[in-house]
Ligand binder design. Structure first.
Ligand code: SF4
Length: 81
């Protein structure tokens, strides 16, 4: 799974950090860092994090030949390259 966070949309609520601390973390007070391609064992936690984000800033996808396709039900806009 691939993870993309729209940091312009992110409001630093921290719900993703609580849901998947092995993938999302804050550096300093409000700067979000995350693993772009987390281990497969984190898939369920990452999915919970995406669903918990109050501003739907987290897009989940999978690798395809043409880029990264957004998972059904993800918060994305179709195709992320
Ligand atoms: S839950 Fe959403 S708004 Fe909050 S820190 Fe994570 S990505 Fe940002």
């Amino acid at each position: 799974m691939r993870v993309l966070v729209d940091l312009n949309r992110c409001q630093s609520y921290g719900q993703c950090v609580y849901a998947a601390p092995e993938v999302f973390r804050f550096r300093g007070a409000e700067s979000l860092e995350y693993e772009h391609v987390p281990d497969a064992e984190s898939d369920r936690a990452v999915d919970r994090a995406a669903r918990a984000c109050p501003v739907q800033a987290i897009t989940l996808g999978r690798a395809t030949a043409s880029g990264t396709a957004v998972e059904p039900g993800g918060a994305g806009i179709g195709e992320v390259r």
